[in-house]
Design a protein around this ligand. Sequence first.
Ligand SMILES: [Zn+2]
Length: 303
Amino acid sequence: MTILALEIGPAGFAVTRVADDVDPDEVRRIPIPSGGAWAACRDLLLECAEGTEVTAVGIGSMGPVDMAAGVVAPTQIPEWRAGFALVDAVQKIFPIALVQLALDGVCLALAERNFGATSAVSDSLSVVVSDRIAAGVMVGGFVVVGRTGNAGHFGHVLVPGFDDLCECGGRGCLEAVASGASILRWANSQGWVGNSVEALVGAAQAGDEIAVSALNRAGTALGRAIASVASLLDIDLVAVGGTVAKSGPALWKPLAASVATHARLGFLTALRVVPSELDLLGVLAGAGLLAMMAQEAAAQVAD
Ligand SMILES: [Zn+2]
């Protein structure tokens, strides 16, 4: 009996076997190929299953998703952009498996609540800021999934004071300002030379003005978006993870200042923004939880 977790993320596909938790040493990853995305994903799943009987698969995918139809349509995978029936495809290779699909942010929120930084509260926002921004919301102890499965697209919350063009076609979305790719794009447009967030953080620590400004913009935008969402949903804890969240004070100071400036109502004074405790495993851990919950529910029905 094997349970698998699959992440469809901007950095590629990741698969692992799930026991009680996710062991980072057991995670197999490949970048998204320029063609044959499903073939590569299928091979990774089969390799991880090692010929055993797979009884459940949890999938956390970049959005948009259509949960009811089991379809994903991530903009980062051109051949899937019009919609790929991922659940059906997985079901074909593992015929008896329970296959569960959710937005990456939904998986992240589940994992932070069960294993991570938001376990002590019922109302929280869990965010990952890497090349892309993903997020999930817990309200009253329940994860918010939304009508089509796409609740938590925090990256497309509008941020006042910014009008950067977003991949979605809009302007001023959080993702257009604060994702790793957007931070680098802005820094490069101002004359900074480099191609990784880590290098940018190093430059900021060394006092490079453009690098400092790039992280300041991102932190400020994140703080504004967090304050808005916290006000809308009455949440008191936000966990932020991902590669950009590792930028240190150059990001976190303007973020905290921005939250303090905008989250002024009495019910928001308890709002805390903390680093994620799941490092880069949140989505995969949440996908594993989805699969385990499906398996437990099926066992109870059988009893
Ligand atoms: Zn957008």
